[in-house]
Design a protein around this ligand. Sequence first.
Ligand code: PMP
Length: 450
Amino acid sequence: MRDSNFLIEQNGKPIWHPMAHPAEMRKAPPRVIMKGEGTHITDIEGRTVLDAVGGLWNVNLGYSCDPIKRAIAEQLDALPYYSGFRGTSTGPSIELAYELVEFFAPDGMARAFFTSGGSDSVETALRLARQYWKIRGQGDRTKFIALKKGYHGTHFGGASVNGNANFRRNYEPLMPGVFHVPAPYTYRNPFDETDPERLARLCAKALEDEIAFQGGDTIAAFIMEPVMGAGGVIVPHESFMRLVREICDRHEILLIADEVVTGFGRAGAWSGSRLHGVKPDMMTIAKAVTCGYFPLGAAMIGEKVADVFEADKTSFGSIGHGYTYSGHPVGCAAGLAALAETRRLKVDENAAARGLELADMLEGLKRKHAVIGDVRYKGLMAALELVSDRETKKPADKAIMGKVSDAAYDAGVMLRVSGSNIILSPPLVLSARDIRKIGEALDTGLRCVG
Ligand code: PMP
């Protein structure tokens, strides 16, 4: 590799970064991260900070997980790649599918379809949902309903069910037949309802209303994140997903739980669906399936859906969908090691326990800093929504967000800014001391704009 002067000089020039303006990246190049150890990362200038972002919600086991590294190296030696398309399979993909089916059996999952990441998993689930109805002779069921503020990746299907305008507008027209209903977002919602339980009922009613308007027998599936991540860690009332499940059942609509962030313990339970006591019909997973050590994802398929495909006697059941890297043996070997460590370390329990400390810390900061409009959290996913005025709830501007995150970085903690939210999604193996450190750095950052 070339020296660091070269990297600094070229930073932001030949590469276009996701979710960034290319011109801005040229003008103010991003931080270059060179090393990771435990829960910390080190940048090109040699500064080591606690990673409160956990890579991108995914490095649940931190950066020094030797069993995953070893599994990857061993699999590279044995077989770096072979296809999973009809006709061939590989050992690690069979084994990981077996393990994932067992892991998500309490959620009603029965099969795994491997992908290369979260967007692929969402695309797979949407496509299989349509196919499911074609097999059942109800080819009219093609529409999807999703939540405003939901994030489901960036493929055209995923972007179409996405509920954030900034990921849609520049790519329109998106897929037809997709409709959105209000999210149970207590801080801002069209009903001006601040009680989470009442809001859950109102949002459920809005869903029911949209279904009636569209015609239930035209809808293939409803997709939602059990705890909404990228839209700003919106935590629905515990009743919401159960209400959604009842509505979907009443209208025979498939329920897809997008668990790309919430799968594997982040919200303090092994899945967000389990947290809410709901069994979806399909689940999308990625991120922590390998904890970021290799790109991999899966659409998990529930028993009801699997039964229809496997009992199919029409010409509709063959899956005309898949990726070169579906079931990549190195990714699956990484996944097997990550899952074993995830279970051994009971990271769901640590996420729940540290999550309570994180919640206390955030509530304390909210009492202290008027720039915080709202704090939201579940397990080890949290957001601080900053406002320039608590009365009008005017979102804080880019300059304020930049100042807070830069000062926190100088104080030793990497934060992530998304719009007017500061997002926290640290590794799930962090300690109580790490939580205090995040609190101190946030306090330092927020004081700069107070
Ligand atoms: N779904 C959810 C809920 C996500 O949070 C993300 C990514 N943050 C995706 C899908 C897309 O995953 P990927 O970026 O791996 O394509």
